[in-house]
Design a binder for this molecule. Structure first.
Ligand code: ADP
Ligand code: ZN
Length: 210
């Protein structure tokens, strides 16, 4: 099964991706996480991407497309994968079509902008494994420490009110058109992001028929 998760920043793509991954036993590929790892490791890619991310802008298509295509060549993607954060532009979606990568379903996780700000400002991410937590809605067992791997939880640099605003406007301008793109392909499944993570997961599984 090859899936795409669409949705604004903070809509809960990563959280749902993690649950689908467990249920279907396929990996989640988060381009955002790959890029952040590259930035902290100060690789060439990281150096290119840093300024874009810090401003809340998208990393250029050709860079992200290359990262993604390399990642899905790996062994663990043989039986499928979940894309979290890719595609984010029409040219990225077209690159998948051109490479003949057939997507089974696109889950579009929908949420109003007002809710997003609260969610993102309390979000924390494990610096080691990338799992996300929230200081109010999804607390770790031990403050500041990842439940899964013991890594340190950090606040993403782009999760500040100013940058969140530009990320939202980028989302509406560049990513939202993908909803119509996939609707036309007949593979779009809209899901409402509920307050409760479990309830959203239920809707997601229903949409996937699993
Ligand atoms: P969120 O969806 O919560 O904004 P992500 O971790 O998916 O967080 O992405 C963070 C940042 O990484 C984006 O704002 C963007 O700068 C960059 N990025 C991630 N995926 C892509 C992509 N497919 N195309 C361009 N830039 C990307
Ligand atoms: Zn961790």
């Amino acid at each position: 099964m090859k899936l795409i998760l669409l949705g604004a920043p903070g809509a809960g793509k990563g959280t749902q991706a993690e649950r689908i991954a467990k249920k279907l036993n396929i990996p989640t590929i988060s381009t955002g996480f790959i890029i952040r790892q590259a930035i902290s490791a100060q690789t060439d890619l990281g150096k290119i991407a840093k300024d874009f991310i810090d401003k809340g802008q998208l990393v250029p298509d050709e860079v992200v497309i290359k990262i993604l295509f390399e990642r899905i060549k790996e062994d663990d993607c043989k039986n499928g994968f979940i894309l979290d954060g890719f595609p984010r532009t029409i040219p990225q979606a077209e690159a998948l079509v051109e490479a003949d990568i057939r997507i089974d379903k696109v889950l579009s996780i929908e949420l109003e902008d007002e809710v997003i700000l609260d969610r993102l400002s309390g979000r924390r991410e494990c610096s080691k494994c990338g799992k996300t937590f929230h200081v109010l809605f999804q607390k770790p067992q031990k403050e500041g420490i990842c439940d899964v791997c013991g890594g340190e939880l950090i606040c993403r640099k782009d999760d500040n009110p100013e940058t969140i605003k530009s990320r939202l406007s980028v989302y509406h301008k560049q990513t939202e058109p993908l909803i119509a793109f996939y609707k036309n392909m007949g593979i779009l499944a809209p899901v409402e992001s509920k307050k409760d993570v479990e309830a959203t997961t239920k809707e997601v599984f229903k949409a996937l028929g699993v």
